[in-house]
Design a protein. Structure first.
Length: 188
C-alpha cells in the first residue's frame, strides 16, 4: 500500500515539473497530453489496485498455501515411506530368522525321517530274515521228508532185491506162514 502512494506522488511530481518547464509557466497542448496520460496511468493503477490487487493477492496466497500443503504432504509421505521402509527392513530381518528356523526344522525333520526310514528298513530286513529262516526250515523239512521217502523207497528196493536173491522156496513158504499166523493172531 505504501509503495502505491509513493508511486502516485512520484508521478504527480514528474507531471508538475513538466508543466513548470514549459514557456512562461503556462501549459502547452503537449503538456496537457502528458498530464492526461499521467492521470490515465494513475487511474489505471487505482483500478488495478482496487480490482486486480485482491485477486492477485488471493492467487499468490492460494498458490503459496498450495505449495506449503504440497510440501507438508510430501514431508508426511516421506515420513510414511521411511516408516514403511523400517517396517519392511524389520520384516526382512524377521523373514531371514524365520527362513533359518524353517531350514533348521526341515533339516531336523529330514534327520528324523531318515532315522524312521532306517528303523523301518531294519525292521523289514529283520522280518525278511525271519521269513527266510522259516521258509528255509520248511524247505529243509520238505527236503528231509523227500530224502527219507527216497531213502525208504531205495531201501525197500534194495531189501527186496536182496531178499529175492537170498530167499529160496522154503524161506518164502515159511515167511508166508509166519505172516498168516500174525494176521490171524491179531484178528482173533
Amino acid at each position: 500500500m505504501n509503495i502505491f502512494y509513493l508511486l502516485i506522488v512520484t508521478l504527480c511530481a514528474a507531471a508538475r515539473v513538466a508543466c513548470a518547464s514549459s514557456e512562461g509557466g503556462h501549459a502547452s497542448p503537449t503538456d496537457w497530453i502528458f498530464i492526461c496520460g499521467v492521470i490515465n496511468f494513475i487511474l489505471f493503477l487505482i483500478v488495478l489496485y482496487i480490482f486486480a490487487l485482491p485477486r492477485i493477492k488471493n492467487f499468490f496466497s492460494e498458490r503459496s498455501g498450495n505449495i506449503q500443503q504440497a510440501l507438508k504432504e510430501a514431508e508426511e509421505a516421506k515420513i510414511l515411506a521411511e516408516t514403511k521402509l523400517k517396517e519392511y527392513e524389520k520384516k526382512m530381518a524377521f523373514l531371514s530368522k524365520e527362513i533359518e528356523e524353517i531350514r533348521k526344522a526341515v533339516e531336523k525333520e529330514g534327520e528324523l525321517e531318515k532315522e524312521r526310514i532306517i528303523a523301518a528298513a531294519a525292521k523289514e530286513a529283520e522280518t525278511m530274515k525271519w521269513q527266510a529262516k522259516i521258509i528255509a526250515e520248511q524247505e529243509l523239512k520238505y527236503a528231509k521228508a523227500a530224502l527219507r521217502k527216497e531213502l525208504a523207497s531205495l531201501s525197500l528196493e534194495r531189501a527186496e532185491k536182496i531178499i529175492k536173491e537170498k530167499i529160496n522156496e522154503d524161506d518164502h513158504a515159511r515167511l508166508v506162514k509166519d505172516y498168516i499166523l500174525q494176521i490171524t493172531s491179531k484178528v482173533i
